[in-house]
Design a protein around this ligand. Structure first.
Ligand code: SF4
Length: 408
């Protein structure tokens, strides 16, 4: 799973095998969800034995899953080095969206973000990123009632033919823990597997990368893997965005929007989605809505207004509903497509900005924050560093035993 198709083809050619073996193995791994090489029966027996000896299949392990009252699911996945990351699945009537992490923690330190408060440990590898999709697909499918034999056979035939249409995951957003563009190569390889017809087979418009605004990497992404682009904007002025998204000091709004224009210019079917978390009395005034409309007026843009999801120890509050509606209406009146995002999974801390796995913090940011908090207030009982155990008290359900998986 750390290899995308071209790399697998090269591997098989080095082994003296035809390159189409790569397509067969991808289908076994991602469409039939098989991690046992002996079960890959369209490969010769000697090749299966050789793969068993020379390749490793390894997947992150789901150590906890929590079910929200609204149907969303959050998985805590343990990595081989003891770090844990989170993924969230949001099922809806016509689609299922998986939010995938790209780093263990995050180094960018956005002031409203739960992940940021855990500090940073490392980038995820390709197999740890695509393994989140594999695990979610497996875990969600295991929860569904068994199909009648005829329909099960039909779906098996579809998967063998490369169709991905009836899988639970129809959309993927690289919007979990971490800044995906700081883990560029691994994220691009994983997204190529998400879109490969022999793997998960999603279309480009159903894979979205969300960035805080790493300008040079946005240009690289346009060339390497032009998926749908989302930008965490959150403020209409540099003065405010410097506080909310410190990366703005390096790549201010004008540079960021210029990179977005280049991105959509290169692939002119696209719009850029701008994420805007609604923080009470911080970025939600009518004047700020008008300023945002002026900024985005000349580009194909959509604005997602995100109700802020609070958590222990954070100073921000969610904007009130009338204020959010006023903000939305101002943008709509300026012909900017604007949607107020429904909050999903906030009862299991799975909503936007709330993801916090279990990070072995190399930056010491989490311990500094705890020290600051304890110096200014009585000790919190559910601070970010213990969010894992607090969350564990919420709704959970049992997992079936799962195999290990991923070609390395
Ligand atoms: S909002 Fe995104 S980029 Fe900013 S700290 Fe959180 S995870 Fe990192």
């Amino acid at each position: 799973m750390s290899l995308e198709r071209a790399e697998l083809e090269a591997m098989f050619e080095r082994m003296g095998e035809p390159s189409f073996r790569a397509r067969q193995v991808l289908q076994w791994l991602y469409q039939r969800q098989t991690t046992c090489m002996h079960a890959m029966t369209d490969l010769s027996k000697p090749l299966r034995q050789r793969l068993q000896q020379e390749a490793v299949i390894a997947l992150p392990e789901i150590v906890r899953q929590q079910l929200s009252a609204d149907g969303s699911v959050k998985w805590l996945l343990k990595l081989s080095d003891g770090n844990c990351i989170e993924s969230v699945f949001i099922p809806e009537a016509t689609r299922g969206t998986l939010c995938v992490s790209s780093q263990v923690g995050c180094s960018l330190n956005c002031s409203f973000c739960a992940t940021a408060r855990q500090g940073f440990n490392r980038n995820l590898t390709v197999d740890e990123i695509i393994g989140q999709v594999w695990r979610a697909n497996q875990a969600w499918s295991a929860r569904q009632p068994a199909l009648p034999p005829a329909e099960a056979a039909e779906r098996h035939a579809e998967s063998a033919g490369g169709a991905a249409a009836r899988r639970p995951i129809t959309n993927i957003v690289m919007m979990g823990m971490g800044e995906p563009l700081l883990n560029f190569q691994s994220v691009v390889s994983a997204m190529r597997l998400m879109m490969d017809d022999f793997a998960f087979g999603l279309s480009r418009r159903r894979v979205t990368l969300s960035t805080a605004g790493l300008v040079p990497a946005i240009d690289r992404l346009a060339a390497a893997c032009p998926v749908s682009l989302a930008v965490s904007l959150h403020a209409p002025s540099d003065a405010l965005r410097d506080q909310l998204v410190p990366l703005n000091k390096k790549y201010p709004i004008a540079q960021l929007l210029a990179a977005c224009r280049r991105y959509v210019g290169k692939h002119n079917r696209q719009v850029v989605t701008f994420e805007y978390v609604m923080l009470k009395d911080v970025n939600d005034s009518a004047a700020q809505a008008r300023a945002l409309a002026r900024l985005l007026g000349d580009m194909p843009a959509k604005v997602n207004l995100i109700p802020f999801n609070s958590y222990a120890g954070i100073q921000y509050q969610r904007s009130t509903r009338p204020v959010m509606e006023r903000f939305r209406d101002i943008l709509l009146s300026k012909n900017i497509v604007t949607v107020t995002r429904k909050t999903r999974g906030d009862d299991i801390d799975a909503a936007c900005g709330q993801l916090a796995g279990k990070v072995i913090d190399r930056t010491r940011r989490s311990s500094r924050l705890l020290q600051q908090q304890s110096a200014t207030q009585p000790p919190a009982t559910n601070s970010v560093s213990v969010s894992v155990s607090v969350a564990a008290a919420r709704t959970e359900f049992a997992l079936p035993a799962s195999p290990r998986g991923v070609l390395a």
